[in-house]
Design a protein around this ligand. Structure first.
Ligand SMILES: [Zn+2]
Length: 310
């Protein structure tokens, strides 16, 4: 090889490395910020939740996502009735933006941004893994697809009130900004940054085994396992345990990415210092590869048509 060719190759490798390092830095920065004490555990209806929302909306703007009109501020409000005092209504607020693709068929990428708030002593449930991790990855994917126009139209949804029973996702599907019939798939992330064995679950291929092929071509640095989606597993069937459940209720195909429960799950210790940073960065890269596979495979429509009997 000529010296100049080697030079160009080395430069290219260096540039790619730099780009990757930059992406990783932003991913961790977002995760750290969203799970910081200042956001007070992001419980629906609280100031902390509002602060987290302001941060995410600003990131949506900076990334260059498009809002659904008339909600120029990216926010979709929905009412939540108090279970005990039914006159008391809390406003839930989803954050929605999109990237127009070549097709008007839609893939919804989602992650909930709300969490448990604080305990009586004022200690913060930071929810670094649950689910600042999913939101940080969602921002990363949004940035990628703004820069690289997709085939499908991608809706990015940071849902509120997941911890109260998937309420944000249900409200989204009750009043969707696009026709439900156009939504071909949901990719949901909830807890993707904390597993000591380096394992991530992809849930949904029990119902949609054809989706497995989009995982095969990727060179994953994490171990991606299929499972937690057989109804026979009872409470270990995660199909309806996060926001993808609301899509599943409408028979919209889904993949949910998440880790096994861990010692910090719904504890005060689910904080930035306890996540697995390298694992999280690798997981984000792998999920993006899978989404790209889904977006570029020509035969995806046949799969969905056969499943949905469209
Ligand atoms: Zn969660």
């Amino acid at each position: 090889m000529k010296k100049t060719t080697i030079g160009v190759l080395l430069c290219l490798l260096f540039c790619l490395n730099q780009l990757f390092a930059q992406d990783s830095k932003q991913l961790l920065k977002d995760l750290k910020k969203i799970s910081s004490d200042g956001f007070q555990g992001r419980k629906t209806g609280t100031i902390g939740n509002q602060k987290a929302r302001d941060y995410i909306v600003n990131r949506f703007k900076k990334i260059g996502l498009t809002p659904f009109l008339p909600n120029k501020n990216f926010v979709q409000n929905f009412p939540i009735k108090d279970k005990v005092d039914t006159n008391k209504i809390t406003e839930g607020r989803n954050i929605l933006g999109y990237v127009a693709g070549n097709l008007d068929s839609v893939i919804v990428v989602s992650a909930h941004y709300d969490h448990l708030g604080m305990n009586k002593n004022g200690d913060v449930f930071n929810g670094a893994d649950d689910n600042a991790s999913g939101v940080a990855a969602l921002l990363h994917f949004a940035e990628y697809f703004v820069k690289n126009k997709p085939n499908y139209t991608f809706v990015f949804a940071a849902f509120d009130a997941e911890e109260m029973g998937l309420l944000g996702a249900k409200a989204f599907l009750k009043k969707p900004p696009v026709e439900v019939a156009k939504i071909k798939m949901n990719i949901n992330m909830d807890m993707i940054a904390h597993n000591d064995k380096g394992e991530l679950y992809a849930v949904g291929t029990f119902k949609y085994p054809e989706l497995k092929k989009y995982f095969l071509t990727s060179n994953h640095k994490v171990k991606i396992l299929f499972g937690h989606d057989d109804p026979k597993l009872g409470s270990n069937d995660w199909t309806n345990q996060s926001d993808q459940g609301a899509f599943n209720a409408k028979n919209i195909p889904f993949i949910y990415f998440g880790v096994e429960d861990h010692k910090d799950y719904h504890q005060l210790t689910d904080e930035f210092k306890n996540i697995n940073q390298t694992f999280f960065i690798n997981v984000s890269q792998s999920i993006l590869e899978i989404i790209k596979n889904i977006d570029t495979k020509k035969d995806i429509k046949t799969i969905f048509r056969s499943k949905l009997k469209m």
